[in-house]
Design a protein around this ligand. Structure first.
Ligand code: ADP
Ligand code: ADP
Length: 226
């Protein structure tokens, strides 16, 4: 059983072919980088997994289950964006709790806050619970966005160029944090990037796309060796 599986998936926008007949299997717990030039179909793949776009043809499965007709909020996945989409005037705790309350409206406040505390520890923000987002640095805000995305324990975390807005020094630090987080959580990470260096250094599988097709799927080592 694979965490994510594309079977002959095609996605058209009008007469533009964004994704063309792709087959892809992501093993449980893998860290996969989706690499390729702008416009090659990376974000479309992520959005189909997330349930924000439907395949035009083919089949998409998560944890072995077909996703046709399953709305985004019912899927065991979560997405982190380049723009964090946090509430700037609310504090960290409120922002993270929001992610959980949307999906599990019946959880008690005590339980929500217990889980929020747990993920804030995982992203090393436990001392910032009451800090407002607009008073935090870019790297800290990105960690809040990560905490919000993992608080409901998704099976797959989708990361759409999450570090692109950060400067180089901070980006390197966050790359290491993401790798640590992946190891600690043990869930599947699928990271979209157009930065080859980033893809090769962070992931254990690189999926290279071009013009809507997968042109290579290999370990970083195999790619270096070629
Ligand atoms: P990326 O950073 O992946 O290259 P873009 O900046 O190209 O994304 O696109 C941002 C958003 O705009 C995407 O969510 C996509 O769905 C939408 N989009 C991209 N290209 C078009 C287009 N030609 N027509 C309408 N919407 C588009
Ligand atoms: P990437 O993430 O690799 O930059 P995208 O998946 O955003 O690529 O886009 C793949 C292709 O689909 C591009 O040609 C883009 O312009 C087009 N596209 C993406 N979203 C839309 C949309 N909502 N409407 C029309 N065309 C789109």
């Amino acid at each position: 059983e694979f965490d994510v599986e594309f079977r002959a998936v095609t996605k058209l926008y009008g007469n533009v072919t964004a994704v063309s007949d792709i087959d892809l299997k992501l093993e449980r717990g893998a860290f996969v980088a989706l690499l390729g030039p702008s416009g090659c179909g990376k974000t479309t793949c992520l959005r189909m997994i997330g349930g924000f776009e439907q395949p035009t043809s083919g089949e998409l499965l998560i944890g072995g289950a077909p996703m046709q007709g399953v709305p985004a909020y019912r899927r065991p996945v979560n997405m982190v964006f380049q723009q964090y989409a946090l509430f700037p005037h609310f504090d960290v705790e409120t922002n993270v709790a929001y992610g959980l309350r949307q999906i599990r409206p019946k959880l008690s406040d005590t339980e929500v806050m217990r889980r929020v505390g747990e993920v804030l520890e995982q992203v090393h923000l436990e001392k910032f619970r009451k800090r407002r987002i607009h008073e935090m640095s870019g790297g800290q805000q990105q960690r809040v966005a990560l905490a919000r995305a993992i608080v409901n324990k998704p099976r797959v975390l989708l990361l759409d160029e999450p570090l692109a807005a950060l400067d180089k020094k901070l980006r390197t630090a966050m790359q290491m944090e993401l790798q640590n987080l992946h190891r600690d959580l043990g869930i599947t990470f699928l990271l979209v990037t157009h930065d080859q260096e980033e893809a090769l250094s962070m992931s254990d599988r690189v999926c290279v796309m071009n013009a809507g097709k997968i042109v290579q799927f290999a370990s970083p080592q195999e790619i270096y060796d070629n």
